[in-house]
Design a protein around this ligand. Sequence first.
Ligand code: HEM
Length: 157
Amino acid sequence: MDRTAPTLYDLAGGASAMQALVNVFYDKVQQNKVLRPLFPDDFDDVKKRQYMFLTQFFGGPPLFSQTYGAPMMRARHMKAAIAPRHAKEWLACMSESLQEVGIQGPLFDVMMDRFTKAGYQMVNHTDEGAPLVAPQAAITGHLPQFRRNREDGDEPR
Ligand code: HEM
């Protein structure tokens, strides 16, 4: 096995790219009418945690686990009522953010695929507000192929 193969973290541009992505992304979340109510007034803490998490999620140093322990992301998201419509907006913001920080082509596709799979794991409510206790994607049938641009046919809201 080639242990020197670059990680997605490396290919994306390492620490500075993760930081730029987090900044651009949460600026969008902050402006997003669907997502904004889920988040606290102050984004500093979630930005710091997300920077640490994404670093390890894409193969960089395990910053999140070193500080906060096991990621358990679905469990950590249970404090928010997340429905498919939230996941869709979250992923749309992330898709735009990746492109804005210059991540494109196959790297974009691979990173977006990972975000899409992880994103729908966080869904814990239906769009109608009913709690989901079991494998949410199977129940809701919401595991769409995420398209690169909203114009490609994804319904924005
Ligand atoms: C797809 C829909 C998603 C929604 C609506 C969502 C929303 C949220 C919310 C509301 C919080 C809590 C903020 C707070 O009160 O502190 C949070 C935290 C967080 N999210 Fe997400 N999230 C989503 C997906 C993801 C994905 C895909 C990832 C990673 C790939 C992620 C990584 C994180 C991290 C690292 C935290 C901080 C967790 C902690 O340490 O407590 N989220 N998210």
